[in-house]
Each structure stands twice: as structure tokens, then as C-alpha cells.
Design a protein around this ligand. Structure first.
Ligand code: SAM
Length: 254
């Protein structure tokens, strides 16, 4: 099934603040740059966004291409590459609709971004696509999380303040969110509000939502095996501050 490219949630004025909002996230970068070494190249990062991780690979001399369906996120990534004089092939595409010219030795998708694929069937389709895009002997790495605390608390959802970032010129971005859960569908919908304050007043607001699916460990291992992967392993790791403990999956293609 071919999917239309669209910027999805990752568009609007707030994208210019994406790197500011995530500036204190380092565990994901440490994890992937330790797991993937020069012997694992060539590398493809799916959902590479602004290149927070991709650029770290390039700086280490590891060839790394990137794919993302958000044009504004990729524009920021491109500008950063030019400023640092680094080279990468960046693809503006949906994970589900792209065929790569050459297979990769390693493909990864970090920070739970695989869970942004909005349905179980499309996730299965995505894993098969990833499998087909790997060399024989290649590996796929991803981390997934489950919002256990909120599922267990089962509270009436209310607006909460999330990430906040302030710049030297006094402008400030405040992210608020409101989540609702569909337990049967294993789906969290987050309504997100981005408010930019400037010169003492509210200058801009952007409201949008993100759907995020979750998967049990055995379920996801089975999905990987169903896509053709072998030697599937999982470990518990802290990856993103807002995700609690995540599960890191490594799966190989024969
Ligand atoms: C939370 S951001 C992560 C970006 C980057 N990996 C990082 O850690 O900073 C999620 C990214 O996934 C991308 N994305 C979501 N669904 C996608 C899909 N089906 N195909 C390609 N990109 C997708 C979004 O456009 C966005 O840039």
C-alpha cells in the first residue's frame, strides 16, 4: 500500500524549537552511538528528524543516511549538515513507501518513533520494508516504550506542562499536553499545545495531536520474527527522559 507523504505532526513554527526542547536528551545518542560502530556501516536512520543522532554518526566517520516524512524537520537537518560540512543522503518519505537504491548494513529508529506508525497492519508492513532494505547479515535496532504509569493510574486526563525551553532573547516555548488512551487498540493520543511567549506576551500557539501505538515485548518480538528477522533480542534501557524504561530490540537478517 502506498502512503502519501505529509509532514504529519512535525510541522509548524514550533519545529524551529525542536532541538532546543530536546537539548538535554543525551541517553539516546549515547545508546545508539555505542551500539553502532564503524563496522556496522552503511547505516540508515529512519525518522531522523533534525539529525540529532544522524549527525553524531557522521562526526564519528560512520556513513549514515536519513529518512523522514517531515520536510521542515529535514530542512533543519540539511542546514546543520551544511554548517558542519557533513554529507548524508536525506530522503523525504514515509517509512512505508520508500524503496532504497542499495541495501543497508544497519537500520535504526530511535526514541520510540517506530510507534508513530499508526496501525498494527502498517507496523507489520513497515518491519517487512525494513527487512527488505537490509543487506543479508544486517541488523535492525529500535527502542519502544509503554506509558505504563499513565495506563495504571487510569486518571481523568488533564492538561500538563511538558518540555519548556527559553532562549537568550527572552522568548520561551511551553509545551502542554493532554493524553487519552485506547487500551484495546494499544494507542495513546496526545493532544499537544505549543505556546511561544515573546516580549512578555503570547505570540503564537500551535495545537496538534500525535498518536502512538504500544507493543508488548513478546508481541513485538513475534512481529519482528514474522517479518523474517532472526536472533531477536531485547534489553531494558533508559533512552528518553519522558519514556521511563524503554525496551531496545536488536534483530538480524540472515
Ligand atoms: C520524535 S521525532 C524524532 C526525530 C529524531 N529521531 C530525534 O530523535 O530527534 C519523530 C520523527 O518521526 C518522523 N516520522 C513519524 N512517522 C514517520 C513515518 N511513517 N515515516 C517517516 N518519518 C516519520 C516525524 O516526521 C519526526 O521527524
Amino acid at each position: 500500500m502506498k502512503k502519501q507523504n505529509s509532514d504529519g505532526h512535525y510541522s509548524g513554527f514550533w519545529i524551529d524549537w525542536y532541538d532546543d526542547l530536546l537539548k538535554d536528551e543525551t541517553k539516546d545518542i549515547e545508546l545508539y552511538t555505542n551500539l553502532i560502530t564503524v563496522d556496522d556501516g552503511s547505516v540508515l536512520e529512519l525518522a531522523c528528524g533534525t539529525g540529532r543522532l544522524l549527525i553524531e554518526f557522521l562526526k564519528k566517520g560512520i556513513a549514515c543516511d536519513g529518512l523522514d516524512m517531515s520536510a521542515p524537520m529535514l530542512d533543519i537537518c540539511r542546514k546543520k549538515l551544511t554548517a558542519k560540512n557533513l554529507q548524508s543522503n536525506l530522503y523525504h518519505a514515509n517509512i512505508l513507501s520508500f524503496d532504497f537504491p542499495n541495501p543497508y548494513k544497519t537500520i535504526f529508529i530511535s526514541g520510540g518513533s517506530f510507534q508513530l506508525i499508526p496501525s498494527f497492519d502498517e507496523a507489520i508492513e513497515g518491519l517487512k520494508k525494513i527487512y527488505d532494505s537490509l543487506e543479508d547479515g544486517g541488523k535492525f535496532i529500535c527502542d519502544l516504550w509503554i506509558p505504563w504509569d499513565e495506563i495504571i493510574a487510569n486518571e481523568q486526563s488533564t492538561w500538563k506542562v511538558g518540555r519548556v525551553s527559553e532562549r537568550e532573547d527572552g522568548s520561551k516555548l511551553i509545551v502542554s499536553y493532554f493524553k487519552h488512551f485506547n487500551h484495546e487498540q494499544q494507542m495513546q493520543t496526545g493532544e499537544f499545545k505549543y505556546e511561544l511567549y515573546h516580549n512578555g506576551g503570547l505570540a503564537k500557539t500551535h495545537i496538534d495531536n500525535i498518536k502512538l501505538k504500544w507493543y508488548g515485548i513478546d508481541e513485538f518480538k513475534l512481529m519482528l520474527k514474522n517479518a523474517g528477522f532472526v536472533n531477536v533480542t531485547s534489553t531494558k534501557q533508559q533512552v528518553m527522559t519522558s519514556h521511563g524504561v524503554s525496551t531496545v530490540y536488536i534483530a538480524e537478517k540472515h
